[in-house]
Design a protein around this ligand. Structure first.
Ligand code: AP5
Length: 218
C-alpha cells in the first residue's frame, strides 16, 4: 500500500491515516507531526520551520522534501506507507515522483478527502491532541471519556497553536493557493480517488476499505 491522503486542513487526514495504518500495518508519515517534533526538540530544522507553521504558511520545500525522502528510505517504509500532509504543492509532488521513479516504486493512489469549509472550521477549533501519545480527539465529535484526559494513555490533551480561527483561515487560503492544484496534477496521472470527508470516521474508513479491496491495494 502506497497512498497519499490529500485534503484541506481538518479534512480528517491524520485521523483516517491513523485508523488505516493500524489496520493495514504500514507506515504513517505525517509531515506536520514530523515538523512539530522538530519544533519541540528546537532542532535546526524545527527552528527554521516554526515561524511558518505558526502563521499557517508552508515550511520551505527543501526542509520537507529531505525529511520525507529520509523516512521513505528507512526499513519502516518497506511494507508500504500512507502520506498525510505531503506533497503540499506541485514542486513537492514532482520531487516525490522523481524519488519514487528512482526506486522503481509506483504510487497506488491519491485519496482526496473533499470537505466543506464550515465543517473544517468546527473540526479544527474543537480538535484536542494528547501530549503523550498524539491521539486526536474532538470536543464534540470524538470526545475523550474524561475531559482533557487521553483515553488511551491518560496524557494531557492540548489544542494546537495553529487551530485558532485566524490561522485556520490562512491555512485554508494557503491550501487553495498551493495545494489544491494537486487535485488536477494527480487526476492527470490517473491516480486520484475522490471521496467525501464530510462523513463520520467509521463510514469513511469503510468506504476506503471497500475501494482498496476493489483496487487490490493491500
Ligand atoms: P499539518 O499537521 O499537516 O496540518 P493540516 O494539513 O492543516 O491538517 P490537519 O492536521 O490540521 O488536519 P487533518 O486533515 O489531519 O485533520 P484531523 O484528522 O486531525 O500541517 C501543519 C503545518 O505544518 C502546516 O500549516 C505547515 O506549516 C507545515 N507543513 C506540514 N506539512 C508540510 C509540507 N508538506 N510542506 C510544507 N509545510 C508543511 O481532524 C481534525 C479534527 O476533526 C480532529 O479533532 C478529529 O477528531 C476530527 N475529525 C476527523 N475526522 C472526522 C470525521 N470524519 N468526522 C468527525 N470529526 C472528525
Amino acid at each position: 500500500m502506497r497512498i497519499v491522503l490529500l485534503g484541506p486542513p481538518g479534512a480528517g487526514k491524520g485521523t483516517q491515516a491513523a485508523i488505516l495504518t493500524d489496520y493495514y500495518k504500514v507506515l504513517h508519515l505525517a509531515t506536520g507531526d514530523l515538523l512539530r517534533e522538530e519544533v519541540a526538540k528546537a532542532s535546526e530544522l524545527g527552528l527554521k520551520a516554526k515561524g511558518y507553521m505558526e502563521k499557517g504558511e508552508l515550511a520551505p520545500d527543501e526542509l520537507v522534501i529531505d525529511m520525507v525522502i529520509n523516512k521513505l528510505n528507512s526499513p519502516e517504509a518497506e511494507k508500504g506507507f500512507i502520506l498525510d500532509g505531503f506533497p503540499r504543492n506541485v514542486a513537492q509532488a514532482e520531487a516525490f515522483g522523481k524519488r519514487l521513479a528512482e526506486k522503481s516504486i509506483n504510487l497506488d493512489n491519491v485519496i482526496y478527502l473533499e470537505t466543506s469549509e464550515d465543517i473544517i472550521v468546527k473540526r479544527l477549533t474543537g480538535r484536542r491532541i494528547c501530549r503523550a501519545c498524539g491521539a486526536v480527539y474532538h470536543v464534540v465529535n470524538i470526545p475523550p471519556k474524561v475531559k482533557g484526559v487521553c483515553d488511551k494513555c491518560g496524557g494531557e490533551l492540548y489544542q494546537r497553536k495553529d487551530d485558532t480561527i485566524e490561522t485556520i483561515k490562512n491555512r485554508l487560503k494557503v491550501y487553495n493557493q498551493q495545494t489544491a492544484a494537486l487535485i488536477d496534477y494527480y487526476k492527470k496521472e490517473d491516480k486520484l480517488f475522490m471521496v467525501s470527508g464530510d462523513v463520520d470516521t467509521r463510514e469513511l474508513f469503510t468506504k476506503l476499505q471497500e475501494y482498496f479491496k476493489k483496487q487490490n491495494i493491500i
